[in-house]
Design a protein around this ligand. Sequence first.
Ligand code: URA
Length: 252
Amino acid sequence: MCIVNREEAVLRELNLYPQWRLRESNGKAIGHPAAPPLVASAPVQMSVPAETITDAAPDKSREQLISELHWPELKAMVRACTVCKLRAGCTQTVFGVGDEKADWLFVGEGPGADEDALGEPFVGQAGKLLDNMLAAIKLKRGNNVYIANIVKCRPPGNRTPEADEIAACLPYLQRQIGLIQPRIIVALGKTAATSLLGREATLGSLRGTLHDYHGVPLLITYHPAYLLRSPMEKSKAWQDLRLAVETMKGLS
Ligand code: URA
């Protein structure tokens, strides 16, 4: 089934087709997405007469469409997504896991082999370290914590996701952030950090200070997989986590 038909099928399932057309559903790079609304907007009306939607929103972009979805529709759209080339090479999409009203959002890069097999982020060796990092600051997966990735499909051979793949997938994470409304975001590794910031930089230059993601404090630290390879850096990650805790305390 081609990309357009797959997306059409999802939109039909959501009662959004044919009134809401996708502009960028042809698998091309779509550029860096615009800033998402961080307030949870009203759920998409599922039973509005066709002509009402046609008049109100004759030509909604894919980003706009995603930015208005609620959890069930968003999950369905991610499950059916074939917008970028990653989906063809992975077993399943890995949406994200945890408390959908969490104060804490941790964002990694993309699923690895274990995550691809199980459908949940950070379940391999790096995930075990992440769980330990969470425990070190008295947090627990699923308990006031949500864990997601920049891309929802495993890149082949665990390579870094490419710019067009990140651009295609980011609207989903942006909508997750809009729905969760976390009080703090912790980016794990360079890909998560630079994708959220929308600019290139080294991890070393980004960590250790507070950033901002559309009004939400953003902390940046090393990816757990990197820490497994470079355990000497764990003390810096610990400093970053403490900064995150202090930042959260300051918000209360
Ligand atoms: N690395 C990531 O960035 N995300 C995962 O889910 C697993 C490993």
